[in-house]
Design a binder for this molecule. Structure first.
Ligand SMILES: C[S@@+](CC[C@H](N)C(=O)[O-])C[C@H]1O[C@@H](n2cnc3c(N)ncnc32)[C@H](O)[C@@H]1O
Length: 298
């Protein structure tokens, strides 16, 4: 089925009212997207942030009249409040499959494949993780996840226990198990992430080695390796909790950090870890640290 799509660019204050207007005019969906390049990194759970200039997109059935909607919009809002109007017809597509065009098998450190369903790679000396895009973050396409997968695939994980702190889709916990880890704890503040992790663990037949936990319920047991791909600010705030999760001489892998934030995050963890120089991919970087052996007072 084809659709009419109308896109209206507006300032932050007007965007929600224009969204309501489109819903009242019969839009089957209303979406807000960034009109400039103003990334919003990780809003808090349940928080809806909006951009300084926002494009409000309404999707309408084909029998509606965009010209009537446009006329009514300009009657209700002054011209100054509507920065741009655009209308187009969206051709029919199999929407469930369109993501497939952009999501292809990816290989990390010559050892790990991450593949959509139906495109599993069977290559000697590699393992394959099956994952489809879903509601939770983490498909391997984003640099922050890719940096962690590269790390996992280039280290010996045999007999190691890991924590994937901020697990999203569970991609890091599942990859660790497929690469030989003994056990993984997948922790998140978002219940949706735990549902996604459980489903992805089932798809990859590793449920017996993965425990999904809400961060609030997680009883900290120090482990060999902690990976946390969150963002610089929460990584700094969570420093005491995350530090406590790493065994002496254990490894810490932090991601979700913009290159200009690396020094601050590194300094925050430095008192208890030997921190290495950041590994950079596009604007993002990964930090790796090794926990010092705590000195017992004489
Ligand atoms: C960028 S995603 C990373 C997902 C996945 N681990 C990956 O590498 O692709 C960050 C995840 O951290 C979770 N998160 C954010 N703040 C958190 C906190 N304070 N404690 C635990 N998880 C948190 C979010 O809900 C989200 O699922």
């Amino acid at each position: 089925m084809a659709w009419h799509q109308v896109s209206i660019t507006a300032e932050k204050n007007n965007a929600p009212i224009i969204g309501d207007f489109l819903s009242d005019s019969g839009a089957v969906s209303v979406t807000f997207v960034d009109a400039k390049d103003e990334p919003i990194y990780e809003p808090k759970l349940g928080e809806t942030k909006i951009w300084t200039q926002t494009i409000v997109i309404g999707l309408f059935e084909l029998d509606c009249e965009p010209k009537v909607i446009k006329h009514s919009l300009y009657q209700q809002f002054s011209k100054a409040n509507i920065l741009h109007w655009h209308e187009e017809i969206l051709a029919d597509q199999i929407w469930e499959r369109t993501w497939m065009k952009h999501y292809k098998p990816m290989k990390f450190a010559d050892k790990l494949w991450v593949c959509p369903t139906g495109q599993a790679q069977q290559e000697l000396g590699t393992v394959c993780l099956t994952l489809d895009p879903g509601l939770a973050f983490g498909t391997g396409t984003h640099a922050t996840t890719a940096l962690c997968l590269e790390w996992l695939a280039s280290h010996d994980l045999h007999d190691k226990t890991i924590i994937d702190y901020g697990c999203g889709s569970g991609i890091l916990a599942i990859a660790a198990i497929l690469l030989g880890a003994k056990m993984a704890y997948a922790v998140d503040i978002d219940p949706q992430a735990l549902i996604a992790t459980q489903a992805n663990a089932e798809k990859n037949a590793v449920t017996d080695k993965i425990q999904c936990m809400l961060a609030a319920d997680f009883q900290a047991v120090p482990v060999d390796i902690v990976l946390a791909n969150i963002l610089a600010k929460p990584l700094i705030e969570l420093q005491p909790q995350i530090t406590a999760l790493v065994k002496p001489q254990g490894s810490l892998v932090l991601s979700g950090i913009l290159t200009e934030q690396a020094q601050e995050v590194s300094n925050t963890y430095a008192p208890e870890f030997t921190m290495q120089a950041p590994t950079i991919q596009t604007d993002w970087c990964r930090l790796e640290g090794h926990k010092l052996i705590t000195q017992t007072p004489m």
